[in-house]
Design a protein around this ligand. Structure first.
Ligand code: BGP
Length: 460
């Protein structure tokens, strides 16, 4: 039997844009996803856009019952910025306030710990039009928005997160083309990363100035970089990959400053962002209380053996390359490696190098295509998902036994939800969503999760 400490939290996470639906209703304005879908629907799997998604907006009363039935003691979602504040004038949308207050109150009535995240990849279009995170005005707008959220909802919230996986919107907007505006522009990527960090630290500052009493933190996707071999080039590649992919947000968020090695690389590339001493002071003085960790897959890296042309565009790929390790275990639907031990390595890294700060797993899960083929007696028998959870929980429990300060485990996700570009291709939920009827049905993993929480552990 694998057991967890008393009070350990069990639950799931979702985000506003992926679960609420009602994208064009009740005063909400467009975010980048609504806009992009309108402009280029072919980017989206089966041409399904964000306007409807799981439709929690119209179903939250019943959905909260399902949180209980699947054993949740903690839940995380986000606030849709363009729903709460639909225009540049900063006016609050009263219908959004009513929705969020009702939804959150229902969750609290069930005695479920509620964590609210302020930004999950869904930039209001009116701010994207002025350059999004590459423009400092967006940082100011974000701080006003964050303050409004603290004023309006703090009494219902048990903990705040400023951002979800900020490195993802940096890479996807300005390096890889997966998020709007899908530009390839390293200078903008670095400015976007810096202003995102400044926004996070500034929101924390604002919360403390308002005398906020709840915990406030950031959610990072920590993807340990494993070197191909022990050769010096591969080890160096893994070190630099860690700087870009982990330390870039973890260090300023937890320690209050950027690693010197990372700053040196960026300076050498002549790509330092615009910043002021006051910005750095804000980052220094406003570190997080607790950390959310999303974990799906590790990174495997090797040295880049090729020479870069003198005038080649900057890419972290200059310093390390992805390594396609033979025999790695894959989730073929998402194309991500499955490596549960990384969760243990993450926990030990936080314990030993980040002051053993309080943290919890805020996302971990397995997206599977065509789950219909696993239906038996009317229910999706997703044993693969249960195995996936068990293996990750095993390594997590081992780390906790060795002193890791992890307080909970949230899976991705509650009810099957819409995914950025992949739409409903891969299903992640504890609860099945029938796309045609909107009906919800608890999967086998949802029942297993209920038992997990009840027993505060599971039989290996
Ligand atoms: C995380 C995001 C989530 C979610 C999840 C699954 O990176 O925080 O929003 O989408 O990944 O990924 P995907 O939906 O791309 O399969």
């Amino acid at each position: 039997m694998i057991k967890f400490p008393q009070g350990f939290l069990y639950g799931s996470a979702t985000s506003a844009a992926q679960s609420e639906g009602a994208a064009n209703l009740d005063g909400k304005s467009e975010n980048t996803w609504d806009f992009w879908y309108k402009e280029d629907p072919y980017k989206f799997h089966n041409l399904i856009g964000p306007e409807k998604t799981t439709d929690i907006y119209h179903n939250y009363e019943k959905d909260v019952e399902l949180l209980e039935k699947t054993g949740h003691s903690v839940f995380r979602t986000s606030i849709g910025w363009s729903r709460l504040i639909p225009a540049m004038d900063g006016e609050v949308n009263p219908k959004a306030v009513k929705f969020y207050r009702d939804y959150f109150s229902k969750i609290k009535e069930k005695n479920i710990t509620l964590y609210i995240n302020l930004f999950h990849f869904d930039m209001p279009m009116y701010l994207m039009d002025i350059g999004g995170w590459t423009n400092k005005k967006t940082v100011e707008a974000y701080v006003s928005y964050a303050k409004k959220c603290f004023e309006l909802f703090d009494d219902l919230v048990d903990g705040w997160f400023t951002f979800n996986e900020p490195i993802v919107h940096v890479q996807c907007q300005y390096m890889s083309g997966h998020h709007y505006p899908a530009e390839v522009n390293p200078q903008k990527a670095i400015q976007c990363a810096f202003y995102t960090q400044l926004a996070s630290s500034s929101a924390i500052k604002a919360y403390r100035e308002m005398d906020g009493k709840k915990k406030i933190g950031i959610i990072l996707n920590l993807t340990p970089s494993y070197p191909r071999s022990d050769n010096v080039g591969d080890l160096k590649a893994a070190e630099i990959s860690e700087l870009f992919n982990t330390a870039s947000f973890l260090d300023p968020s937890v320690k209050g400053y950027y690693p010197k090695e990372l700053v040196d690389i960026i300076a050498n590339e002549d790509l330092l962002p615009e910043y002021t001493d006051q910005d750095l002071q804000i980052i220094k003085e406003n570190t997080i209380d607790f950390l959310g960790v999303n974990y799906y897959q590790p990174l495997r890296v090797m040295e880049n053996p090729y020479l870069y042309k003198d005038n080649a565009m900057f890419s972290p790929g200059k310093y390390y390359m992805g390594y396609d390790m033979p025999g790695k275990r894959m989730n073929p639907y998402r194309g991500w490696e499955i490596y549960p031990k990384a969760l243990y390595d993450i926990a030990i890294n936080i314990r030993d190098n980040y002051g053993n700060i309080e943290w919890l797993v805020t996302e971990n899960g397995m997206g599977v295509e065509d789950e219909e083929r696993f239906r038996k007696d009317g229910q999706i028998q997703d044993d693969y998902r249960i195995e996936f959870f068990k293996e990750h929980l095993y390594w997590l429990s081992k780390a906790i036994e060795e002193g890791a300060n992890c307080k909970g485990y949230q899976v991705w996700t509650f009810i099957d939800c819409w995914s950025w570009l992949n739409a409903y291709k891969n299903r992640y939920g504890l609860v099945e969503l029938d796309l045609k009827t909107g009906e919800r049905k608890i999967k086998k993993s949802g029942e297993w999760f209920y038992e997990l929480r009840k027993n505060n552990g599971f039989e290996l």
